[in-house]
Write a protein that binds this ligand. Structure first.
Ligand code: NAP
Length: 485
């Protein structure tokens, strides 16, 4: 079929190729609601080709020195940085996020993912143990083979590179599947990998839907390591597919994160931080603090000032430099947000801000998927709106009276990804942080990242940890060698 749109290609064995089926899906720009490119509708056959390429490439790549692999990863980082503007624009068009956010956060963090793991592999240590004069043990960490890397649409390049960089840095080859909703930056990354001279087959990117491509990756017996980031429902399917094949699996899943503001907090910082953690990327960050709890003495003051600040966020065309709030990723996600707004009102909530799409910002974006930053108050703590992940620009604000009460509220959900705590009391900060069931607790900040720390969720937010040392461990197989004395 002839089309005026750019046709994204798969990247297999170092070459850009059409899917075997020759079928493509429209890639819709969220800000306009219209197609602007096409994405391969790949399937099992394409995964077979990628496995053949990755298996062959593994033979040489796994034997390269860490210095050689490091050099190539650093080159990839440099090239993304050189093309930062191109990547930022592609990410903004693909996802609907403000271009300023893509330029200052997503793309630079992707660069750092490559730099971090490129240098981390030069400084690893091996464990050795002397066994009571009987034997000497040392542990070899070897690449595992082919890694299947499946990522979501909200932070497409950032999350995919967070998987690709450690996987190939330690000598694996990889087959990556970006979300079919946001394929463009992964496509550009393949260009960069080709220019950097990454050997053919080390990174293969196969585009398409979850049920076709994602499921073919998790079902393939030769793809023995799976790193998945996405929703909890999909994560369960991935776990079910991988369990009978005894795959090594890491699951980074959804969140419903508490953001706790004590009366002794620096209120200016807490309000600015909470507006960011509520509405960054239109609330479509797994780490967003979608449940705000505020200590009673400052509840009213906080709500008034929070609403005032949130209402100053400029909504509009993501490509406009002044925009703070862009579009929701697709119609299904927008409908989901609307569903929860109705539900919240049925559950007794009052819409204190937003609750509907904003006025259409301009002619270009009049059919886009926009929704205003929304604040809901007066909801019971245990209702569905307060328990289920909405993944949009919607927060609830609830008062609390004591530390014990707010810890109970914070932990009373299935998820356990992250939390923020705002207080000037150091003892309280430690006490509360220790008791919250979450993989990360930020105190007086949000989204601060140090690549060396373990990252991941508790409960329904995931299994396993990513991040520096954890990722290097996850993507290698430890083998113990025991030598008798
Ligand atoms: P999703 O629907 O679970 O999709 C994630 C990825 O899995 C996509 O590439 C998807 O393909 C693919 N997929 C779908 N069905 C599959 C199957 N049966 N087997 C294998 N792969 C399959 O999630 P999303 O809507 O893209 O992303 C939003 C979710 O991700 C939220 O819940 C958010 O909290 C979570 N998230 C978590 C983290 C974290 O670090 N914990 C970070 C970011 C996002 P398609 O292209 O067809 O969708």
């Amino acid at each position: 079929m002839q089309t005026k749109f750019l046709k994204i290609q798969n990247f297999i064995n170092g070459k850009f190729v059409e899917p075997v089926s020759r079928r493509f899906l429209d890639n819709i720009e969220p800000a306009t609601g219209k197609p602007y490119s096409q994405v391969p509708d790949s399937g099992k056959e394409d995964i077979e080709l990628a496995v053949t390429a990755a298996e062959k490439a593994f033979i040489d790549w796994s034997k390269k020195s860490a210095a050689e692999r490091s050099h190539l990863l650093l080159r990839i980082a440099d090239l993304i940085e050189r093309d930062l503007e191109k990547f930022a624009r592609a990410e903004s068009i693909d996802t609907g996020k403000p271009i300023t956010l893509a330029r200052t956060l997503d793309i630079p963090r992707a660069v750092w993912n490559f730099r971090f793991f490129a240098t981390a592999i030069l400084h690893t240590e091996n464990e050795a143990h002397l066994t009571d004069g009987v034997a000497f043990n040392y542990t070899l960490r070897q690449p595992r083979g082919i890694a299947g890397l499946i990522s979501p649409w909200n932070l497409p390049l950032y999350l995919l590179s967070w998987k690709i960089a450690p996987a190939i840095a330690v000598g694996n080859t990889a087959i990556a599947k970006p979300s079919e909703l946001t394929p463009m930056t992964a496509f550009l990354l393949c260009d960069v990998c080709q220019e950097a001279g990454l050997p053919a087959g080390v990174l293969n990117v196969v585009h398409g839907t979850g049920p076709n491509v994602g499921a073919a990756i998790t079902a393939h017996p030769k793809i023995t390591t799976i790193s998945f980031t996405g929703g909890t429902v999909t994560g369960r399917k991935v776990a079910e597919a991988c369990a009978p094949l005894f795959k090594n699996v890491s699951l980074e899943l959804g969140g419903k994160n508490p953001n706790i503001v004590f009366a002794d907090a620096d209120l200016d910082a807490a309000i600015a931080g909470s507006v960011r953690s509520s509405f960054a990327n239109q609330g479509q960050v797994c780490l967003c603090g979608s449940r705000i709890f505020v200590e009673k003495p400052i509840y009213k003051q906080f709500v008034d000032r929070f609403i005032d600040k949130a209402s100053q966020l400029k909504q509009g065309d993501p490509l406009d430099e002044k925009t703070d709030q862009g579009a929701i990723v697709n119609k299904a996600q927008l409908d989901k947000v609307k569903f929860y707004i109705d539900l919240a009102q049925k559950e007794g909530g009052k819409i204190a801000l937003g609750g509907k799409p904003p006025e259409s910002p301009n002619e270009r974006t009049k059919e886009g998927y926009f929704f205003a930053p929304t604040v809901i108050v007066d909801l019971p703590v245990a209702c569905r709106t307060n328990r289920e992940e909405i993944f949009g620009p919607v927060v609830t604000v609830t008062p609390f009276e004591s530390e014990d009460e707010v810890i109970r509220y914070a932990n009373d959900v299935d998820y356990g990804l992250s939390s923020s705590v705002w207080t000037q009391n150091l003892g309280r900060a430690h006490r509360v942080a220790e008791q919250i069931h979450a993989g990360t607790v930020w105190v007086n900040c949000w989204l601060v990242r140090d690549l060396r720390v373990p990252f991941g969720g508790m409960k329904a937010s995931g299994v396993g940890r990513e991040g520096g040392v954890e990722a290097l461990k996850f993507f290698t197989e430890p083998k113990n060698i025991c030598i008798a004395k």
